[in-house]
Design a protein around this ligand. Structure first.
Ligand code: AG3
Length: 287
């Protein structure tokens, strides 16, 4: 049965998606989860009435979250093995992209809501594409803040693939949590965060980056990509690295790394990588 499903994220603007069929809807222990099919976006997942994933455009966000930090680290230290932590990301899309780097010897995914993983494996098998069963992947069902607090000098990259700062995602935007991430990162490590739509949610990016600065990361910045299913302009991902200069590597060096990896991508390229850090003044102002 056809149904119009509204995203209720913003105060003064709402978007509706036509559901050809609703495949699953449930209040889980942590949040409201709905999965449906839409002719333009493909299969869609919403958590607490906010679009998290569409099969038509998921490659953009997932490729950028995984490859921007991993390509940067591989370029400055080729052939060094890496360990990665993904907090959230229960659909497995970031994990899938991370595992394409053979230099990643350990990829931990820490998701609070087991039903997100279960439902995504059932309804979005192409998104994780076997990543949850991969021998280099480790799945932890736990509160990300508790998991991160217990880690020291453990990870080269931490990727926060969270919902917006409300409900279970709220604690993942605090200074305390970012500080724990910094401690959990190895020397020279990078933290990448889901930081919302700068046009619609300016305070989100502003606040996270100001926390990165307070915490003394060598570099605190953000990069952007337009993801059509996250309505309202480009989406930002926060960038905090313990080593400076990582977001401005020479194009030629990134191209050489990319050629060696020999990976086919649909959004990421070395040129897009560098360009994504070129923020228009209305966004640059926030950082
Ligand atoms: N994680 C980011 C969803 C953010 C949606 N927020 C928004 N449109 N402001 C989604 C999970 C993808 N793996």
């Amino acid at each position: 049965m056809e149904r119009w499903i509204e995203e209720t994220l913003h105060l003064d603007w709402r978007t509706r998606l036509k559901a050809e069929t609703v495949l699953f809807e449930q209040q889980t222990d942590h949040q409201h989860l709905i999965i449906f099919d839409n002719k333009k976006f493909g299969r869609v997942m919403m958590l607490d009435h906010v679009v998290q994933l569409t099969t038509a455009d998921e490659f953009i966000y997932h490729e950028m979250m995984a490859h921007v930090p991993l390509m940067a680290l591989t370029t400055v230290a080729p052939d060094t093995s890496k360990s990665v932590l993904i907090v959230g990301g229960g659909d497995g899309g970031v994990l899938r992209e991370v595992l394409r780097h053979s230099s990643v010897e350990r990829a931990v995914l820490c998701e609070i809501d087991r039903s997100v993983i279960d439902m995504c494996q059932k309804y979005f098998p192409s998104v994780s594409n076997g990543a949850f069963e991969h021998e280099r992947a480790e799945i932890v069902i736990a509160d990300g803040t508790e998991y991160v607090t217990a880690q020291r000098d453990e990870f080269d990259v931490i990727m926060i693939d969270s919902t917006d700062p409300m409900g279970p995602g709220e604690v993942l935007f605090t200074k305390e949590f970012y500080g724990d991430c910094k401690n959990a990162l190895k020397q020279g490590g990078v933290l990448v965060t889901q930081n919302g739509l700068p046009f619609m949610q300016p305070d989100e990016l502003k606040q996270s980056v100001s926390y990165f600065k307070d915490l003394g990361f060598a570099q605190s910045s953000a990069f952007i990509a337009t993801t059509p299913g996250y309505f309202g302009g480009p989406m930002s991902q926060g960038w905090a690295s313990k080593r400076g200069g990582l977001n401005a590597l020479p194009l030629q060096a990134l191209k050489e790394t990319f050629a060696k990896l020999d990976l086919e991508m649909r959004y990421y390229s070395p040129e897009v990588h560098l360009g994504a850090f070129a923020l228009p003044p209305y966004i640059a102002e926030f950082i």
